[in-house]
Design a protein around this ligand. Structure first.
Ligand code: PLP
Length: 487
């Protein structure tokens, strides 16, 4: 160990790295036999208490091996989000090559908030964004930002929409934003942070599959205009979190354009499917959006902390997020003519991690084709799951299956018994889900979806989106769902 305590020598660092890599790779190697979820609740809280340490003035006695062991023990008390049986919420998995990109980015630790401070690194990130914008079919002039996730992408989109359509006078009491009941909660939260009063969030009616009704949208905008309000944006969903349905994007784009509204598509879950032919066809119309949020930490299988906002006219995003400050004046002396825009001009952050490398390195290392193939596989696996459950239902297993997946989410519930009380039916569904996850092979989650009469119903869902999930895991899910169904 060198004498500077915060600057260990190379041999020490390499030994530490080997320890960290060993623990991480052991965890990956154990995945085929690991449970889909570790203990949660009180048992997990006890583990949290057991692994915690007090911070001391001197180095920890056990060194890195003991510290890493604690972290691994802590990680076991969790949903196993990197495992192949993780089909809950919206998986992704976290490809290991992105972790290596993060290590390199953190070791180099360059400042990539302002392009002038690291023009070539910012160019790598901008190249990723330009490539992504092209995959979504956005025109030249499009650009965007890698964010920490979909929530922040939705926030910057709403800030850009607010600025572009309503200006900057701060008068928002009459601003109207349109979403459906199926919009992700982060949209409502973004609106609140962006200063839009909660009462000004207009919930547009949906069709029988819970897709936004474009005619109802047009009618709501007209009604609000007539009442002297200021409609400024509509947020559609390209893959709802509940059931994975896609709002009618072309029709919504037409309504938004005719009414002069900003059309933001929340494709945090579904957007990555533009990378494969089948998915691109299903996302038809997404290229007409003013902005798109999508999460590489979902559909591009990256570790958590990687979201993306793409904006059709990047200048409008810049106009809403521009930063100028006297302490940045040194950069003005440079010749900056051919620079790509600074990330800080496109979003709220100044200092930030160098997220670009998390995409740049894996895309080049594995090739784009590997991502396209994995996404096609996920769509096919969701069809396989739906078909197997439909088959089970036809054989008499009491499953009420929702419509076939538009993307990679399959949803179902227990069929209601004749005369069964609603509460008892809901409880029976929750017990069924508990029996499935207790087996430990797959982890599923539930949500509430209204039935045809609008009654909220406990609904189970499986989201196939981990790059580690393959046919055998889906077949295991089917087995566990069917065998625990009861009568
Ligand atoms: C449709 C949709 N939008 C937004 C989000 C929020 O994304 P994040 O968790 O990355 O902030 C999610 C998360 O699951 C989502 O499914």
């Amino acid at each position: 160990m060198s004498r500077a305590p915060l600057e260990p020598d190379r041999a020490t660092l390499e030994a530490w790295l080997a320890e960290v890599a060993r623990a991480g790779f052991d965890a990956l190697e154990a995945l085929p036999h690991a449970r889909a979820a570790g203990p949660l609740g009180a048992e997990a809280t006890a583990i949290a208490q057991a692994v915690r340490l007090d911070f001391a003035e001197a180095p920890h006695d056990g060194g890195i091996a003991s510290l890493v062991a604690r972290v691994v023990a802590a990680s076991e008390a969790s949903l196993n989000t990197i495992g192949p049986g993780y089909l809950a919420y919206v998986p992704g998995g976290g490809i290991p090559s992105a972790a290596l990109a993060d290590l390199l980015a953190c070791l180099l630790n360059r400042f990539t908030g302002l392009t002038a401070a690291a023009p070539a690194l910012c160019r790598l990130e901008a190249d990723v964004l330009t490539w992504l914008a092209g995959e979504f079919g956005l025109p030249a002039g499009a650009g965007g930002l890698l964010t920490s996730g979909g929530s922040l992408a939705n926030l910057s989109a709403l800030v850009a929409a607010r600025h572009a359509v309503l200006g900057d006078d701060g008068r928002l009491s009459d601003a109207r934003l349109y979403v459906s009941s199926q919009a992700h909660g982060s949209v409502e939260k973004a609106a609140r942070i962006a200063g839009i009063p909660a009462a000004n969030l207009c919930r547009v009616a949906t069709d029988e599959r819970l897709r936004m009704d474009p005619q109802a949208l047009a009618d709501a905008i007209a009604r609000d205009r007539a009442a002297g309000l200021r409609p400024f944006a509509v947020v559609s969903s390209a893959g709802t979190t509940n059931t994975g349905v896609i709002d009618p994007l072309p029709a919504i784009a037409t309504v938004a354009a005719a009414a002069g509204l900003w059309h933001h598509v929340d494709a945090a879950y579904g957007g990555a499917f533009v990378l494969c032919d089948e998915g691109r066809a299903r996302l038809e119309g997404i290229a007409r959006a003013d902005s798109i949020a999508f999460d590489p930490h979902k559909g591009m299988f990256l570790p958590y902390g990687t979201g993306c906002l793409l904006v059709r006219d990047a200048a409008r995003l810049r106009a809403a997020h521009q930063l100028d400050a006297p302490y940045l004046q040194d950069f003005d002396r440079l010749d900056r003519r051919d620079e790509v825009p600074s990330p800080t001009e496109h979003g709220p952050e100044l200092s930030r991690d160098f997220r670009g490398l998390r995409l740049w390195l894996p895309l080049l290392l594995h090739g784009v084709g590997a991502f396209r193939a994995a996404l096609s596989e996920k769509l096919a696996l969701a069809q396989r799951l739906h078909a197997a459950l439909a088959d089970a239902a036809a054989r008499g297993v009491p499953i009420e299956l929702l419509a076939p997946p538009e993307l990679s989410i399959v949803a179902w519930r227990a069929r209601r018994r004749d005369g069964e009380d609603h509460g008892a039916w809901q409880a029976r569904n929750a017990q069924w889900l508990a029996r499935i996850v207790a087996r430990g092979r797959v982890h599923l989650s539930s949500t509430v979806v209204p039935d045809g009469d609008g009654t909220p119903c406990f609904t189970m869902r499986a989201c196939v989106l981990s790059f580690r999930t393959h046919a055998a895991h889906v077949d295991a899910a089917v087995e566990d769902i069917v065998q625990t169904a009861g009568t």
